[in-house]
Every structure is written in C-alpha cells, then in structure tokens.
Design a protein around this ligand. Structure first.
Ligand SMILES: [Zn+2]
Length: 358
C-alpha cells in the first residue's frame, strides 16, 4: 500500500514539529542569533521525499530548507551503521550479521536515490526506515550519528548563505582559456567545497569541541568518541551521494556535475576538521590523526562491502584527489577566497566565544 505524505494531517503535524524543534535547536546553538546579514534565518522542512536541501534569501527572512525525505533516510542509515561490529565495540551481546546490515544499507540508499517517488512511500519502505529493533546502547551511537548528519546538512546550507554564494557573481582566477560554462561549473563545485569546509568547522564548534585536555580519562574518551562520530557522520553522508551514481566511477566524470565527486568532498572535509582541531582543540596531533584514520577505515570497509567505486578512489587515488582540489581552488580568484575566509572567520569567532567551555 502507498501512503501519501501530501494531504495527510498526521504527516503535516510531524514535519511541522520537526521544523519547530530544529529551529529551537539552531536558535539555542547560535545563541548570538541565528541571523544572516541582519536577517533572520529559519529552518523549513519541505513535504518532498527526495534527498535534497537548499538555502535561499528572502526580503525579510532567509531560509534553509531540507526535504522531509532526508530525515528518515539519515536516521535509517545511522541505525544500520551502528549495528556494524567494526564500528561499535559494545559487549552488549547483540549480534547483527554484517551481510544483513549491509543489505539494509543498500536497500535504504536504493530507495532514496533510485526508487523514490516525491510524495508517497510504500508501507514496506516505511517499516524498513523505522526499524523498531531494540538496539540497546548502540542506539546512542546511532542517534548521535543521525543528529550530526542532520546538523552538517543544515550547516552546509547555512554556510552557503553566510558565504553569499547565491549573490556572488562568477569570478575566476587565471584559467580564461576554458569555456565559461565549464568555468561556472567549477566555480559551483568550489562553492560546495567551501560550504563543506565551513559547515564542518561550524559543526565542530557547535558540538563544544574546542576544549582543552583534562586529566579525566572517561571525559577524554567521550571527546575522542565525539570527534570520531563527527568524521563518521560527514563521511557517511557524503559517501551516500555516490551510491548508484554512474558518475562516481571516476573523478573526471564528475566534471559535468555542479557538485564535486564525493571522494573529493570527504577528503576536503576530513582535512579541514583535522587542521581545525589541530589548531583549536589542544589535543595531541597523533591522537587526532588516529581518530580520523579509524573513522575513514570504517567508512572504507562499508564502501568496500557495498562495492562502491568510491572505495577505489579513496584508497588508490589520493594524489588525484588533491590535484582536483587544487584545480578547483585555482579556478577562483585569491580575492574570492580571502573574502570568504574573512567573513567566515568572524562567524566562527563569534561561535567560538559564545560556545567555548573555557
Ligand atoms: Zn551545497
């Protein structure tokens, strides 16, 4: 049976309450005001099941919009990820068969990227999304991954607004020989890289990670776990964009897209977080590196199990990933990068001063 999400009061109430609670979270997180150029920003859930988000400017209010379909997908993804034994080393006696969990993840991604209809879901899909299995302690990990994915999703869109990506005219660096259409695509790809970078930094800040090490091992364990889950959440979300996408086979084929290849986005986000925590967390570099490596290894295990081409790119094409990042960076002017950096630094500073525990 198909359930329509349109003209359905229950569904309407549900997405309205999600919208309200996300707005409350954001307003509390950005205690200095969830504002953008003196305009208020609101979070809006759209009654559309496709996996998409957007941000746009209005006369009095700016909007970050996420389609309602994003929520059950990332929840189901997080729940299944937390069932994988190499991700969670709980001694809770719970055993989930790796092949079955991998199969679930494949089904969830296929539903969202291949078989989705905009406004209705069949009942089977609904039950696979809202897995009622009692996961014990693993649910805390699943919920944390879900929450961070949702936060990153919103903060990526917020970064687009803060960077003024919708308003900036196309402004290039030295590569004038290419066609302007190609340049525009590369510029859009660079905007995605910027939104990922600043979204990731804002995520670290909003999660109070700018704290100094203390002599309390359980507290430190918690911090390490939180950092690992930031990497995991961003990586899992970005990796899912490559599912069943024929363009994902090579980095080059993504040149027709307005988004960079997910492998490029993962490498960029991971490196940004690593550098940012290195500068601000006061934690040992080696420990930070270990956390990042472990999260990446887990992600790659999943990508390998699911037979995703991104596995080969992330493991065998590191050099090409960095060349592509550099190429996208070189396509925009130094002035553009410096302006964005300056604007975002003041946002991060405000966040840092208001959120910091020290
Ligand atoms: Zn974007």
């Amino acid at each position: 049976m198909m359930t329509s999400i349109m003209h359905n009061d229950e569904v309407y109430d549900m997405y309205h309450s999600i919208e309200q609670s996300c707005n409350t979270i954001l307003n509390e997180t950005f205690s200095w005001g969830f504002f953008d150029f003196k305009r208020k920003v609101r979070f809006k859930v759209f009654p559309d099941l496709t996996f998409n988000a957007r941000s746009y400017r209005g006369v009095f209010i700016n909007t970050i919009g996420v389609n309602i379909g994003v929520l059950p997908l990332i929840h189901a993804l997080a729940v299944n990820y937390a069932k994988l034994d190499y991700v969670c080393d709980f001694n809770d006696g719970k055993q989930y068969k790796r092949e079955i969990v991998n199969g679930n993840i494949k089904k969830i991604l296929a539903t969202c990227y291949v078989n989705i209809s905009r406004h209705s879901l069949d009942d089977d899909t609904i039950s696979s999304f809202f897995d009622s299995d009692d996961m014990g302690d693993r649910y805390a990990v699943a919920y944390s991954v879900f929450e961070k994915m949702l936060y990153f999703f919103m903060l990526h869109e917020y970064a687009h607004l803060l960077c003024g990506h919708d308003r900036k005219s196309v402004e290039f660096g030295s590569h004038t020989s290419k066609s302007s259409e190609r340049n525009t695509r590369e510029y859009r790809q660079w905007q995605e890289i910027e939104a990922d970078m600043w979204g990731a930094v804002m995520l670290c800040e909003t999660l109070h990670l700018d704290m100094k090490p203390v002599d309390d091992s359980s507290f430190m364990d918690k911090i390490y776990k939180e950092i690992g889950l930031i990497y995991t959440s961003i990586g899992l979300l970005l990796m899912s964009f490559s599912f069943a996408n024929p363009l994902a086979e090579t980095i080059e084929s993504y040149s027709v897209s307005l988004h960079p290849h997910p492998a490029i986005r993962i490498a960029n986000a991971y490196e940004t977080i690593h550098r940012y925590l290195e500068l601000t967390s006061g934690l040992e570099v080696n420990i930070l590196k270990d956390i990042m490596t472990q999260s990446l290894a887990n992600l790659l295990t999943l990508a390998g199990d699911l037979d995703m081409p991104i596995y080969w790119i992330l493991t065998g094409e590191t050099e090409n990933i960095y060349l592509e990042l550099k190429r996208l960076r070189d396509n925009v002017s130094d002035k553009h990068v410096a302006e964005t950096y300056k604007g975002m630094s003041s946002v991060i500073e405000k966040l840092h001063n208001n959120m910091s525990l020290f």
